[in-house]
Ligand binder design. Sequence first.
Ligand code: FAD
Ligand code: NAD
Length: 465
Amino acid sequence: MADYDYDVLVIGAGPGGYVAAIRAAQLGLKTACADGRETLGGTCLNVGCIPSKAMLHASEYFDAAANGAMAKMGIDVSPKLNLPAMHAQRVDAVKGLTAGIEFLFKKNKVDWLKGYAAFTGKDSVEVAGKTYRAKNIIIATGSSVTPLPGVDVDNDKQVIVDSTGALELAKVPGHMVVIGGGVIGLELGSVWRRLGAKVTCVEFLDQILPGMDADIRKDANRIFKKQGIEFKLKTKVTGAVVKGKKAVLTLEPAAGGEAETLEADVVLVSIGRRPNTDGLALDKAGLAVNARGQIETDHDFSTQVPGIWAIGDVIPGPMLAHKAEDEGIACAENIAGQTGIVNHDVIPSVVYTWPEIAGVGLTEEQAKEKGEVKVGKFPMAGNSRAKTNHEPDGFVKIIADAKTDRVLGVWCIASVAGTMIAQAAQAMEFGATSEDIAYTCHAHPTHSEAVKEAAMAVTGKPIHV
Ligand code: FAD
Ligand code: NAD
């Protein structure tokens, strides 16, 4: 340690980096974490998971009051939107949680190096004009918005925005066009639709939510349409012109053909995110990125340069906060000489719309490519709790290996799908069969009983359909 400043220096304080730093410090390693943002927590806490969920949660209440869902339960209300107050509670949530990470850094004696880091060698970085040497360096620099050529984001003007701008709109747009029918487009499109905007979603592919199970994608599309979101599938945006407070978009069929124009008060560009490696001077450390701009690692999160590790959105895999966190813990444990493992086959993903959409493991299409499968499905309309709560939409689907009955994937659309998917992930982590889930006693009345019934349906014997 003699001439090293730290055992571990983490670059980036998002859910990957801050968790890795805390775990490393817990394991007795002298640790620092560099980040140039004003507050810790990375994309997730500052401009991602947390503020988007704050707006989703609040707008869900507004929608329930406005669309008659509350009236169905005997509560007559005429909601009045106080958008500044809604934004204030979002800002409060972010403040509280980011300050919480600062507290945890102090508690665990992690030094926060305030500034952006760049490599000066294989074991050294410069942050805010000072050079630090570390035995181990973890790259956890995350990702940022993928730009769309011809559609220039300017969050200050609030006409063409990215997800950060879309979280902070000062007024409800008359017409919002969302480019990209992925997670961000549907979550933030839902927020503004609930608050009164007309929302049009333009998606390049023939269906929304790529990567999810085909049944889920189809049903989600039906539900969002019913809620009033308009979809233009198989369509690409090729340009945008801002005229005063409006944008005029040029749209073309994905396969080519005649162009059309579409006017919007706000355009949200949400076509994906790309890894952050610019400015890191990776070449000085002897590192390079792959064709997708990611840093490749081994299963233990080591890169090809000994002593340099990478985790989170900057490496291949789904760009999810919980994946980054788990990788942060495993990476720190590996540095400390323990065996840190992340099972990348069992990473749940959740879209926090109404209803929620969640999945873990293989889609039916992927599973069929690997062999014969059995599928069990159960509609939420047959679940007593969902019915009682006036939440008839959605279903649970379980895909199991036809020979071994081992669960390969679980997909659901339900008001609390994000919570329900946890039991599926846990079952899969333990190598459960559909029969294991079917014979596990589930509390009544809960939405989770639909998971049990879907498991029973794998062998054709659900009770409530
Ligand atoms: P990040 O959180 O991106 O953090 C990286 C940090 O590194 C940043 O603070 C950045 O400032 C810093 N940094 C970059 N370069 C340097 C440098 N050279 N020196 C020092 N610091 C540097 N995921 C979910 O699982 N659930 C959700 O509900 C969810 N909602 C989302 C909503 C939105 C609107 C967005 C945009 C994303 C959402 N995500 C969600 C994705 C999630 O935010 C990311 O997967 C997660 O933040 C990745 O964590 P990370 O630690 O790899 O990187
Ligand atoms: P995404 O990859 O989820 O969706 C992007 C969509 O844009 C895709 O459907 C794609 O086909 C479409 N697209 C690409 N180019 C297009 C074009 N030119 N015109 C029209 N459509 C086009 O990306 P995102 O929604 O921007 O989210 C980025 C990342 O952030 C995701 O990887 C996601 O994992 C993460 N995220 C997660 C959550 C969550 O877990 N709830 C929430 C928000 C973001």
